[in-house]
Each structure stands twice: as structure tokens, then as C-alpha cells.
Design a protein around this ligand. Structure first.
Ligand code: NAG
Ligand code: NAG
Length: 446
């Protein structure tokens, strides 16, 4: 078999810097990575970030040329080719005020439902531009932070209020209105809506599901949860064990904020209970629990490493992709009306008219650029004693894409068994590095 191997160190994402290496008939001596493309798992949807108000506000602070380069960096073939993005339905905490699409008290028929200035200024122009730039189909999903405050028990966007009983149907209708125009326990500081799993199940089966069906919106896919691993598998299971609500649900959305406390096995549990439902990581960001002056850290490798390690872990536990949070924030990690500042793969410096691609941007790029939508995850394993090397491998037609992360302090000689112990790729992975290997079968090879 003749193969072309392209290796991309984390800081180089351009084809100009590919290196070709040889295939050996015996392994090197250090870390063994074994691939088995006969064992195939979930199909990838893709990777991306969120079109928050904060993202748009920050992009607009740049000079026009830099705005264009920003958009190309994320979406065009010259950039890291995001294809799967989240759009908050109305405001999130990363807005300059809390709002919904109908803030007219008691408007249960949603007569005053309307998109807002924020949509027209900060979201839609950039979504349209991304669609123009992307070669891949851009997939979008919406998620609401809170229903209108007047639909809720506490009459506020934040806090811990749930939906009022008589608002279950208006809130389902709100989703239809949103499409026409184009979760839980604590006292949240920002826009949120309390849902017990039982209520969410019943609302899906009696209101949202039938309402989407009546509006011929079943072409849309519905994800439940949109919250942390600690709710797995019980929260989605409560919804999915009911055959009536199950039929309306396509997938389960997960956030990374509890991953240090809850291991990835709960994702396997969820998958084994509901094999026909997909799993997708829909929000993650770093700096959310850091000291106030470390919400944004420029040039931090460790945050890139956490991204890469988490993505590899999630993809190896059924996630069909990974969607980052804000695509751009300012140097303080905002704006955010609830002062919930965090880091972002791109930080915008309004004063100098510059933007900074953080190491996290390149970590995202290894996955978003080189793992194509439709690729299948395949089995990969690292030899015992080398747990600081993480790997995720994918099948793309006849080719393999392998992403490796060396979290260790030493360079490692990696020997990658391409299958069956017959052919090996041996290469050195620098300490603290992320590497993508594309092993392409040449036409006519055997
Ligand atoms: C909807 O909102 C937009 C933007 O704020 C505004 O221009 C428009 O007049 C509104 N339409 C209605 C029917 O209120
Ligand atoms: C909710 O938001 C209001 C401002 O609209 C703020 O005064 C209040 O402190 C927030 N509640 C919590 C629990 O943070």
C-alpha cells in the first residue's frame, strides 16, 4: 500500500507546511498507537462555535479588512472551516441586556413576536457571510436561554423560575415563530429556564412535538438537555424512555462544564440505552471558573490542551462533533450582561483594531479542518503507560485521519500501526503538541 502522510503540527495549518514521511515495516520503540478501521462508530456532524451577540459586537469593533479576515479564518477553505454553529434564540448572558423575541407582557398569541436589532446587527450578517465563505454546508442549531420573563413563575429571565403551566403551548409556538422568521437547578445569574426532566418530557410530547409536526417542521432535528454530563443518563433517559416523547427527539446536547467531576462513561451508558439518538457537545469554553483577572489569558497553551483533550475524549465516547462557545470576545472576556466573563479562541482588541488567534483556535482547527462531516470515528488505542498521549482516529472514504495530543513534558517517538501489524508510521511528537496525520491511500495502490 502506498500512502501519503501529511503531518500538521499545531501551529501550522497550511498545506504549504506538510511533511511526507515513510512507512515502515516494523514499529519504533516508544508509544504504540493502534488503529482498527474495521471497528467504526458514529458519523461526524462537524465542529464550530456560536453566533452570540458578543461575537457580532466584537467583530464589528474591527476595521473592515480585519473583519473579513476574521470570518475567513473560521469559515473559508483558507481557514479552519467551521460547519456546525449554534445560534442563541434571542438573548443569552453574552448579550448586553436580557431579552426574548416577545417581551410584551401577556402576549400569549405572540402577536408582537419579532427578531431584534441584535439579530439584524450582530447575528444575521455574519451567518450570511459564513454561508458565502464556507465550502461545506453550514449547519445551524438554535437554543433558547429563557422564555419571555412573563411566561415564567418568577417573572424574570434569570433566577430559578420555570415555565408557568398555562405557557406550555405559547412557548412551543414560540419555536415555530422563530423558524418562520428565519436547563435547571440553581439560581442562575443569567437567562435560564428551570425544567425538571418530567416536565420537559411532557412538554415535548404534548406541546412542542405536536406543534412542530403541525407546522411541518419535523425536518428539523430536536436535541434535549443542552446541559452537563452530571445529568447523564437520567435526565435524557426520563424523556426518551417515554415512547411518545422519544419519537420527537433526535439527539442529546451536552456541555463540558462538569467534565472534571463526571467521567465520559455516562456517555457510553446513554448511548447503550438509546442507540438511535445522537450525542453532540454543544457548548464549551475555558476561563469560566478562573480568577477574575484570568478569565482571558492570551497565548495560553494549557487551554488549547484542555480543548483538544476534551474533544478527543468526547469523540471517543459517541459525540458527533464539538461546538465551542463565543467565536470572539473582548480582552475582558465579554460583553456579558451578567458579568460571566470567559475566554475565547479569538480575542479582539478594539484599541489596536487587531484580533488574536489563541492556541484554542488552532486546537479547534485540527478537528474542524481535518475531520470532515460524514467521516466515521474508528477504533484507536494507545499502548499502556503512555496515557499522556491521546488519540482520535477517523475514516474518510479510504483514508484515515488521526489526531494525536502529547500532554507530556517529553518528546515521544510514536509508532502508528495502520492495521494488522503490517505497516507502521514512526514519527517524533514534540512535548506538549497536537498533531494531525492524514494517511491517504494513493489511487491504484494495493
Ligand atoms: C421587528 O424588529 C425590527 C428590528 O428591531 C424592526 O425594524 C421592525 O420594525 C420590527 N417589526 C415589527 C412588526 O415590529
Ligand atoms: C438577575 O438579573 C437582575 C438584573 O436584571 C439582577 O439584578 C439580579 O441580581 C440577577 N439575579 C441573580 C440571581 O443573579
Amino acid at each position: 500500500m502506498i500512502i501519503t502522510i501529511l503531518i500538521f503540527p499545531y501551529y501550522l495549518l497550511s498545506n504549504k507546511h506538510t511533511s511526507y514521511i515513510y512507512v515502515f515495516l516494523r514499529p519504533g520503540t516508544s508509544v504504540m498507537v493502534t488503529l482498527d478501521s474495521r471497528k467504526q462508530y458514529q458519523t461526524m456532524f462537524g465542529f464550530g462555535g456560536a453566533f452570540t451577540d458578543a461575537t457580532g459586537i466584537n467583530i464589528l469593533k474591527l476595521p473592515e479588512g480585519a473583519q473579513d479576515w476574521f470570518m475567513k479564518s473560521y469559515f473559508s477553505p483558507e481557514g479552519i472551516e467551521y460547519n456546525l454553529c449554534r445560534v442563541p434564540m434571542a438573548g443569552s448572558d453574552f448579550s448586553t441586556r436580557p431579552y426574548s423575541y416577545d417581551d410584551v407582557e401577556g402576549d400569549v398569541n405572540l402577536i408582537h413576536f419579532n427578531l431584534t436589532t441584535e439579530d439584524y446587527k450582530y447575528k444575521l450578517p455574519f451567518i450570511l457571510r459564513a454561508q458565502e465563505l464556507a465550502e461545506r454546508e453550514l449547519l445551524l442549531f438554535g437554543s433558547p436561554w429563557s422564555p419571555p420573563a412573563w411566561m415564567k413563575e418568577n417573572g424574570m429571565f434569570n433566577g430559578s423560575g420555570g415555565l408557568l403551566d398555562e405557557m406550555w403551548q405559547p412557548w412551543a409556538n414560540y419555536f415555530v415563530k422563530y423558524d418562520d422568521s428565519k436547563a435547571l437547578f440553581q439560581n442562575w445569574m443569567w437567562n435560564t429556564c428551570a425544567w425538571t426532566a418530567e416536565d420537559q418530557r411532557d412538554w415535548i410530547k404534548t406541546n412542542l412535538g405536536p406543534t412542530l409536526e403541525a407546522a411541518s417542521m419535523r425536518r428539523l432535528q430536536l436535541m434535549v438537555l443542552d446541559h452537563n454530563r452530571d445529568a447523564l443518563p437520567w435526565y435524557p433517559a426520563t424523556i426518551l424512555e417515554d415512547p411518545e416523547s422519544n419519537q420527537f427527539v433526535d439527539g442529546v446536547a451536552i456541555h463540558w462544564y462538569d467534565d472534571d467531576n463526571t467521567g465520559p462513561e455516562v456517555m457510553n451508558e446513554l448511548h447503550s440505552l438509546f442507540e438511535d439518538k445522537f450525542v453532540l457537545y454543544t457548548e464549551s469554553c475555558d476561563g469560566w471558573d478562573a480568577a477574575p483577572n484570568e478569565r482571558v489569558i492570551l497565548g495560553d497553551w494549557y487551554r488549547a490542551e484542555s480543548y483538544a483533550a476534551n474533544i478527543i475524549e468526547d469523540l471517543n465516547h459517541w459525540s458527533t462533533g464539538w461546538v465551542d462557545w463565543n467565536m470572539a470576545l473582548d480582552t475582558n472576556g465579554g460583553p456579558n450582561w451578567a458579568h460571566n466573563f470567559v475566554d475565547s479562541p479569538i480575542i479582539i482588541n478594539e484599541k489596536s483594531g487587531e484580533f488574536y488567534k489563541q492556541p484554542m483556535f488552532y486546537a479547534m482547527g485540527h478537528f474542524s479542518k481535518f475531520v470532515a462531516p460524514g467521516d466515521r470515528l474508528i477504533s484507536s488505542a494507545v499502548s499502556e503507560g503512555s496515557e499522556h498521549v491521546k488519540v482520535a482516529a477517523f475514516r474518510h472514504n479510504e483514508d484515515s485521519t488521526v489526531i494525536l495530543l502529547n500532554m507530556g513534558e517529553d518528546d515521544e517517538t510514536v509508532s502508528m500501526d495502520l492495521g494488522g501489524g503490517q505497516e507502521f508510521i514512526n514519527f517524533v511528537m514534540p512535548a506538549k503538541s497536537l498533531v494531525t496525520v492524514l494517511a491517504a491511500t494513493q489511487p491504484g495502490a494495493h
